[in-house]
Design a protein. Structure first.
Length: 256
């Protein structure tokens, strides 16, 4: 499995296990999120969003900055079939879960279903249970839900067939670090390279096919121009007769 970058923008500001967000929990239960200051300390009256308010060990995915409405594409290239499950959480966060259609073994481990989660979207571009392929448009970026600004939160989990995480109580809501499979290249760049390579191969194959046709045509013309054995025999007899005539004429002159 190869995981690529799902957006063109290339700035990750929070990785898996980090805790770079502060928040204030209001009396009505709402949570107001803000970016953590550069000194790594939340201001007075605020708490760490992950470790203190959500009770996690740290951030359970990766956060990548994007512009408002930036397209988000499915970034996984493999031979696995995937399907979509859209969702809106209690804080108004809009997102998509992309779940494998069959169990998958990672690095020789027991096979399980897998799920990639893409969050804080403006709107989604796929429907529930729709098949998802590499490079497919999933939706558009925003800052919906528990968010302090436009960005994409995406995470990776082992799950059951319906998409429920298997290890929900691991301190990251069942998420795990996907960096062992990640390559920081925009998914469309890779797809473009592969398509261009396929085009080149097709062109080469067509050129080879055209060359083969030309070669066959040339060989046919050469074959047509070659004399058969019978034709060669007739030609030999004709030349012999001509030579005999010439010899006969020469000998006849001696007796005149």
């Amino acid at each position: 499995m190869k995981v690529l970058r799902p957006i063109k923008s290339n700035y990750k500001f929070q990785g898996f296990g980090e805790a770079k967000a502060c928040a204030t929990q209001l009396s009505d239960g709402r949570i107001l999120v803000s970016a953590m200051p550069s000194n790594g300390i939340c201001p007075a009256g605020q708490q760490n969003l992950y470790t203190e308010i959500l009770g996690m060990k740290g951030h359970n995915g990766e956060d990548w900055a994007l512009w408002h409405g930036e397209p988000i594409y499915f970034p996984v290239i493999d031979d696995i079939r995937w399907w979509a499950k859209t969702e809106v959480d209690s804080a108004g966060g809009i997102g998509i879960n992309v779940i494998s259609a069959e169990p998958v073994s990672l690095d020789g481990e027991p096979s399980t279903y897998l799920k990639f989660k893409f969050w804080h979207m403006q709107k989604v571009a796929v429907s529930d249970k729709q098949e998802i392929k590499a490079g497919q448009l999933l939706g558009y970026g925003n800052s919906t839900g528990l968010s302090s600004g436009n960005h994409l939160h995406w995470s990776f989990k082992k799950c059951d067939q319906s998409g429920e995480p298997l290890d929900r109580w691991n301190g990251y809501y069942g998420a795990m670090d996907f960096t062992p499979w990640f390559e920081n290249r925009f998914v469309f760049d890779i797809i473009k390279e592969r398509q261009e390579a396929e085009i080149r191969l097709a062109e080469e194959a067509r050129q080879k096919e055209e060359a083969a046709l030309l070669r066959a045509e040339l060989e046919a013309r050469i074959k047509e121009s070659q004399l058969s054995l019978i034709q060669l025999l007739h030609k030999f007899i004709f030349i012999l007769q001509e030579n005999l005539r010439k010899v006969g004429k020469g000998l006849g002159g001696l007796f005149r």
